[in-house]
Each structure stands twice: as structure tokens, then as C-alpha cells.
Design a protein around this ligand. Structure first.
Ligand code: DAT
Ligand code: MG
Length: 151
């Protein structure tokens, strides 16, 4: 798989429920590389831009209210095939349908409180990282684990 970057965001319920460490741990333990990280309270404009593909859905205003209701944890993760793999780690949109072992399957019960976001394509990964992080907020570093993760 190609080296890609994905935008992962712990939503306000994940922060309020004290799940930040647990959620970050899952991506760390899998073997992906953390390239950007911040706690951030976003504007309505940014939330609307982030979810622009959903703007005609009836639940769009609720999704925007939810994501702006408190601080979120913004992350950029890198790795081989990280976009699709992170979606699998996160699980189905509706946490009641998400498999046990996934973040949503283990930690949530409602679509409207599904604790985490992950980009759905490499192009959206790039778009969302550019949207949520400013120039200079991402770190370029090489993990010492790489020779033990990739043969
Ligand atoms: P995902 O977050 O799994 O990529 P999505 O991009 O289709 O799902 O939708 C973005 C968010 O919008 C989702 O995490 C929760 C909310 N949402 C999606 N479908 C919904 C629905 N049918 N009713 C209420 N909220 C919904
Ligand atoms: Mg989505």
C-alpha cells in the first residue's frame, strides 16, 4: 500500500468522556505515525467546510452543532494504507452496527455521538489535514520503530 496521511479527529464527546488517550493509543499501537496533534475548538465555518459533502442532509445542522460544541483533538496520521485501515479501526458510522474491537464498536452507542472522525479517501485526507492544520503545525520525524514495523 502507498504511504498516505489521514485526518483523525476525536469529537467533543470523546474529549468529554475521557477517551483521548484510549483512542490515540489504538492508532499508535497499530503502528501508524503521528504527524500532527492539537486540542482545538473550531468555528461553525470550519465545521461546515469540513462536512460540506453532507450540507444537503437533514442532519447537517446537528452535525455542525455537535462538532462545535466543545474542543476536539485534531490529528494527522501517516502510514501504508492508513486511510482505509483507520476507517476499519474506527468502525461503522452507527456505533450499534460497528464491530466489537473497533473504536465506535467498543466506545459508543449513537451515530450522533460516535466519538471519532476519519477521512474516507486519500484525497479527503489531504484536504482535511490542510483545512485543520496551519503551515508549520505538522512535524516531520522518523520513528525509531520503523525497521521493526516494516520489513
Ligand atoms: P463517517 O463519520 O462514518 O465518515 P459520514 O461521513 O457519512 O460518516 O457522516 C459524518 C457524520 O455525520 C457521522 O459521523 C455522524 C453524522 N451522520 C451521518 N449519518 C447520519 C444520520 N443518518 N443521522 C444522523 N447523523 C448522521
Ligand atoms: Mg465521513
Amino acid at each position: 500500500a502507498e504511504v498516505e496521511q489521514t485526518y483523525i479527529m476525536i469529537k467533543p464527546d470523546g474529549v468529554q468522556r475521557g477517551l483521548v488517550g484510549e483512542i490515540i493509543s489504538r492508532f499508535e499501537k497499530k503502528g501508524f505515525l503521528l504527524k500532527g496533534l492539537k486540542l482545538y475548538q473550531c468555528s461553525k465555518d470550519l465545521a461546515q467546510e469540513h462536512y460540506k459533502d453532507l450540507k444537503d442532509k437533514p442532519f447537517f445542522p446537528r452535525v455542525v452543532d455537535y462538532i462545535t460544541s466543545g474542543p476536539v483533538v485534531c490529528m494527522a496520521w501517516e502510514g501504508d494504507g492508513v486511510v482505509a485501515s483507520a476507517r476499519k479501526l474506527i468502525g461503522a458510522t452507527n456505533p450499534l452496527q460497528a464491530e466489537p474491537g473497533t473504536i465506535r464498536g467498543d466506545l459508543a452507542v449513537r451515530t450522533g455521538r460516535n466519538v471519532v472522525h476519519g477521512s474516507d479517501s486519500p484525497d479527503n485526507g489531504k484536504r482535511e489535514i490542510a483545512l485543520w492544520f496551519k503551515e508549520g503545525e505538522l512535524s516531520q520525524w522518523e520513528s525509531v520503530q520503523i525497521p521493526w514495523l516494516i520489513e
